[in-house]
Design a protein around this ligand. Structure first.
Ligand SMILES: Cc1ncc(COP(=O)(O)O)c(C=O)c1O
Length: 383
């Protein structure tokens, strides 16, 4: 038997409480049994999103939330400014183009974060831009984009909304929807929320709802105004993914017991310990600045294929981490510390990386990275 460890940036492990709750018999989504379930999920998501506005729940993966966002708030021909410093930035471009938006790409090297001043300049130069599209955590590069700074800029433009793909950032980073002025924020179930894949969440500001009234892109399944009406009645427009929503309530309960600030601090600490270990091992971070709290991207040492590291971790030691995507494939490997993650997930990942690298002929002293992480993760007396 090879014991398995899931340390990928999604799907992430599901806590036993949520697994057990999802093993209960199916209830009917139009029966009175379901109304309090959805009501509780709705309120829990507002807490997590730090918003008084609606957070829609749709049955799709995160990408469905991204597609629905383009359909519901924009029309063919609308101008979009896409922040593209990674695989998921590229996805925004592809979706916007598929729905005939006019895309102005702000493209920069992978591993770097967007410069908010450049977004401001672009908006000044082209006031017809209707939406700024960005990732909070660009999962492919392990970079966090400064959403607060972007929100500060975009809120000055009456005819522009800020659309944030927070699919891998939610729970790992503090994202204050109302206080900062984020207009649309998309999440997914299989990341920080510690659930199986299958749910997307979309937080929507009042400013964005006004855009939805004017948007003419065709839509049917992802009809957010219709979902908003259903949500007001504690329903979803189509058959509700009842099992996942029951699981969602369990995950939210766990997070509420932990507290939002503590959840952010936990992710920050795990990410920091991972980076300390990487440094101690003499490896190079792929993200040159603003590292994400959700996932750490590490350059494969010279002469070693990043995919080999990923493959060896999985095949030899049962650790499913992640390789590189797109142009970073073969050059990097990634370790997540997201969702149901704690001290010994980081220790396991680093120990595995050390054993794999040594096995592949990279010179290192076993335990160097682990010790660096341990120093940071040890519980101090005063904690
Ligand atoms: C930042 C980001 N955006 C979008 C997605 C796509 O989400 P899904 O695979 O759930 O459609 C992911 C998933 O890896 C992601 O990390």
């Amino acid at each position: 038997m090879l014991k398995r460890y899931l340390l990928a940036p999604g799907p992430t492990p599901v806590p036993p409480e949520a697994l057990l709750a999802m093993a209960m018999p199916i209830i009917h989504h139009r029966s009175p049994d379901f109304l309090p379930v959805l009501d509780s999920a709705k309120k829990g998501l507002q807490w997590l999103y730090q918003t008084k506005n609606d957070v829609l729940i749709i049955c799709s993966t995160g990408t469905g939330g991204m597609v629905g966002t383009v359909n519901n708030f924009f029309s063919p021909g609308d101008r979009a400014l896409v922040v593209n410093g990674g695989n998921f930035g590229e996805r925004w471009t592809k979706i916007c183009k598929a729905y005939h938006l006019g895309v102005r790409e702000m493209k920069f090297d992978w591993g770097y974060a967007v410069k908010p001043a450049e977004v401001e300049e672009a908006l000044q130069r082209d006031p017809s831009i209707k939406g700024v599209f960005v990732q909070a955590s660009e999962t492919s590069t392990g970079v966090y984009h400064d959403i607060r700074a972007l929100a500060d800029i975009v809120k000055k433009y009456e005819n522009t909304i800020l659309v944030v793909d927070a699919i891998s950032a939610l729970v790992a980073h503090d994202l204050r929807m109302d206080e900062w002025g984020i207009d649309v924020m998309i999440g997914g179930s299989q990341k920080g929320l510690m659930l199986p894949p299958g749910l997307a969440f979309i937080g929507v500001s009042e400013k964005a709802w006004a855009f939805a009234e004017r948007a003419t892109s065709p839509k049917f399944y992802f009809n957010f105004r219709k979902e908003r009406e259903s949500l007001a009645k504690n329903q979803t427009s189509f058959t509700s993914p009842v099992t996942l929503i029951i699981g969602l309530n369990e995950s939210l309960k766990i997070l509420q017991a932990e507290g939002l600030e503590s959840a952010f601090a936990r992710h920050e600490k795990l990410a920091k310990a991972t980076r300390e270990a990487v440094r101690a091992l003499g490896l190079e971070m792929f993200s040159k600045e603003s590292p994400s709290n959700a996932v750490t991207a590490i350059k494969a040492p010279a002469g070693i294929d990043g995919q080999e590291i990923y493959k060896n971790l999985r095949v030899k030691y049962g650790i499913t981490a992640a390789g590189g995507q797109g142009q970073a494939k073969g050059k990097i490997f990634r370790i997540a510390h997201l969702g149901y993650a704690g001290t010994f997930d980081v220790i396991t990942a680093i120990a595995g990386v050390e054993m794999v690298l040594k096995g592949l002929g990279h010179p290192l002293k076993l335990g160097t990275g682990v010790a660096a992480a341990q120093e940071l993760l040890m519980v101090q007396e005063e904690e």
